[in-house]
Design a protein. Sequence first.
Length: 266
Amino acid sequence: MPQHPGLSWQFSHAITRTPADSIARGLRAVDTGNPDPYEFRVQHAVYVGALEAVGMTVDVLPALEDFPDSCFVEDPAFCLPEGAILLRPGHATRIDEPAQIRSALAARYNTVLEIPGKGHVDGGDVLTLDDEILIGLSARTDREGAEAFAKLLREWGYTPRVAETPEGVLHFKTACSTLGDDVILATKPMIDSGFFGSRVVVPVADGEDYCANVIRVNDVVLVPEDYPQTLANIEAAGFKTRLMPVSEPRKVDGGLSCLSLRFNLG
């Protein structure tokens, strides 16, 4: 497979969006209470600060009250050095979000494409590695959308692979993350799936599945608070970490990767 060293973790820029008051009505698989919009914005500001602390330029877009889940900017678009691709989210309330982020992408990229056809892809189902890009089929990403997206990736010289997300997993990246350098963090169902072949896999501890969604940004791995054993596993694998407050995004099925579009224009 073609190698793209650092593609999955070396970033110069990010796009984020301020959580709206309407986030209290955000989508969730299990209702554990509504997120507090003010506290969510406080945690979002900490997140933006963490990205800036590792050398990234961060565009913070204004809140969109008409789109409760729009702070999860990773789902409606996908970014590579060559350009951005507007996706087609799989939930009806999010279908118009790509149009809302187009101008922000156009401000950073000369090339902004759309996936052809009528299929659906959520960015939360796309795991970028340094030698391939995994696209997980889920309730939000269907085969038609995945194949159309994969075609665009191949045209840009990347190697996509469509995978079956294990049952009960909302998004592919709900259950795994790349730590870079051919190291994966994954839950037991994802490890048992065999998706990752001979790569080194760091296990998510029992009872800490939410902590499967981390992001490596340059030389630091951002990790959700309150998952001590998984944090220890990541650090034992040789990675520098920084803890992030996540109580509010967690209430609406949001993880650290969902809150930004990260890319390298360097």
